[in-house]
Design a protein around this ligand. Structure first.
Ligand SMILES: *[C@@H]1O[C@H](CO)[C@@H](O)[C@H](O)[C@H]1NC(C)=O
Ligand SMILES: *[C@@H]1O[C@H](CO)[C@@H](O)[C@H](O)[C@H]1NC(C)=O
Ligand SMILES: *[C@@H]1O[C@H](CO)[C@@H](O)[C@H](O)[C@H]1NC(C)=O
Ligand SMILES: *[C@@H]1O[C@H](CO)[C@@H](O)[C@H](O)[C@H]1NC(C)=O
Ligand SMILES: *[C@@H]1O[C@H](CO)[C@@H](O)[C@H](O)[C@H]1NC(C)=O
Ligand SMILES: [Zn+2]
Length: 443
């Protein structure tokens, strides 16, 4: 009798299925709170701030240690509905939450994922916009912008030109959130197209705009990430399914080559938050009827899971000084893929670098010392749920654990502003000249 009741108690949370319809703020909150209660050991619910109209910006964290970062466990995030009228991603993330928590301990893949990853899920970055939509529409409707009429995906600082807009509370909340964790990989979910789009969204000739694109030094990784998502989505992988004449073979596209935009969230994540982010457009129709939601879930479930796993690409570890103390704020970059704002170790001395299999030189830089180079070989693809682990011991003497956060500082925006576009014609030859010198010196 008692045992039967115990079993019933254990099983009950598992049978409660989230329905396939749109959940407004109050229902979404109730669902998130119920999940946080029923699965308290693997979830942590918190609000990162409030919208213009005072609605909470909820984030549910799923992981074996959901409340705080653990050394070696990378931080991953999904953000949806920053355009309030693009609604599929919002519901997909609620279903993803349900799938993760109910599969823990039952499905080996999800259990591995929860053991090895801290997954942050924000179903709505623009709850005011979602509530403002009066008549659901496949195309633009009111509700795309926040309550002050700002497009949140044009509201971030921009690396390439001055973005002199009033920073909105939702944007500020996300910018502050990014400072609190070392996010490694992320995606933001949109609608109105069916494609996985990767940085940059804006650019200058130095990033390739003369060729109608704008590429990062990590372009191989970004194409792989976008392809990972698109290839598991039976519709997206076909490319140009919305008949909007975009050149997106296999369902992936460079953001700039699709259309340039200023102040987007994905460029901001990559440049200022050390986090690789792509933009996922999940539905031709921005706000489809809710009868379509089960099909969208079927088509996105495998992609959503597979994409989270990519946070374990490449190499990770801690940087220590000669005395064995972890070293925060040391610059850790891969040779030939320098970031314009150098990526640094976090307060535990950790670094995470997303890389495809191959040989790389890791360059650790500490002010006042010569760069320390370490060779790593990233093995071929494995289902290991861990990047290659490589701790780096610096052979330096003295106390190094107090490197000032701003040395050398990340330049003030716009970072690429001093690259004049009219000098572009001379660029290729300068580039070739530098490459030749590089080749002579380092090969
Ligand atoms: C949480 O558990 C209660 C009681 O077992 C159940 O009624 C409810 O549906 C569950 N909700 C979720 C979201 O798991
Ligand atoms: C996940 O972690 C739990 C608790 O630490 C452990 O019991 C379990 O064996 C792990 N499972 C997998 C698949 O890693
Ligand atoms: C930014 O915009 C404000 C208000 O429109 C204006 O006063 C200010 O001069 C602008 N700043 C720059 C650097 O353009
Ligand atoms: C290592 O990084 C430093 C600082 O960013 C740079 O000056 C140096 O050229 C790099 N060395 C190599 C071999 O990449
Ligand atoms: C598997 O993961 C461990 C760290 O948990 C790592 O040390 C090892 O090299 C990985 N193996 C492969 C084949 O990637
Ligand atoms: Zn959008």
């Amino acid at each position: 009798m008692d045992r039967a009741r115990l079993w019933l108690g254990l099983l009950l949370p598992l049978v409660a299925a989230l329905d396939f319809r749109y959940h407004h703020q109050a229902e979404m909150e109730a669902f998130l709170k119920a999940v946080a209660r029923n699965y308290s050991s693997i979830t942590h619910l918190h609000s990162i701030g409030k919208s213009v109209r005072g609605r909470n910006l909820w984030v549910l964290v799923v992981g074996r240690f959901p409340k705080e970062h653990r050394i070696g466990i990378p931080e991953f995030k999904y953000v949806a509905n920053m355009h309030g009228d693009e609604t599929v991603g919002r519901e997909m993330l609620l279903h993803l939450i349900e799938y993760l928590v109910t599969s823990d301990g039952r499905d080996p893949e999800v259990t591995h994922l929860i053991n090895s990853t801290r997954i942050h899920i924000m179903p709505s970055m623009n709850p005011d916009g979602f509530e403002a939509v009066k008549k659901p529409d496949c195309f633009y409707s009111n509700g795309r912008e926040n309550s002050n009429d700002y497009d949140l995906n044009r509201n971030f600082p921009d690396a390439f030109e001055l973005n002199n807009v009033s920073r909105q509370p939702e944007t500020v909340a996300v910018m502050e959130w990014l400072k609190t964790e070392t996010f490694v990989l992320s995606a933001n979910l949109h609608g109105g197209a069916l494609v996985a789009s990767y940085p940059f969204d804006n650019g200058v000739p130095a990033t390739g705009t003369l060729h109608f694109r704008s590429l990062t030094p990590d372009d191989d990784v970004f194409q792989y990430l976008a392809h990972t998502y698109a290839s598991k989505n039976p519709d997206m992988k076909k490319g140009d399914q919305c008949k909007n004449k975009m050149n997106s073979p296999n369902g992936i596209i460079n953001g700039y080559s699709w259309y340039p935009l200023k102040g987007g969230m994905q460029d901001y994540n990559y440049i200022w938050a050390q986090c690789f982010e792509i933009t996922l457009e999940l539905s031709c129709c921005k706000y489809p009827p809710e009868e379509k939601l089960p099909v969208f879930w079927n088509f996105n479930k495998a992609s959503l899971i597979e994409y989270i796993k990519q946070v374990h690409l490449g190499v990770k570890g801690q940087v220590f000084d000669q005395n064995g103390n972890p070293l925060p704020n040391a610059i850790v970059e891969v040779q030939d893929r320098k970031h314009i704002c150098p990526y640094r170790t976090n307060k535990f001395g950790e670094y995470y670098l997303l890389l495809l299999p191959g040989s790389y030189i890791i360059n650790v830089t500490v002010p006042g010392h010569d760069p320390h180079l370490t060779k790593v070989v990233i093995p071929g693809k494995s289902q290991n749920f861990s990047a290659l682990k490589k701790d780096i011991l610096l052979p330096f003497r003295g106390q190094l654990d107090s490197i000032p956060e701003s040395s050398p500082s990340c330049p003030v925006a716009p970072l690429y502003g001093d690259v004049p576009s009219h000098s572009a014609a001379s660029k290729p030859s300068l580039f070739l000249f530098l490459m030749t010198i590089f080749y002579i010196l380092f090969k």
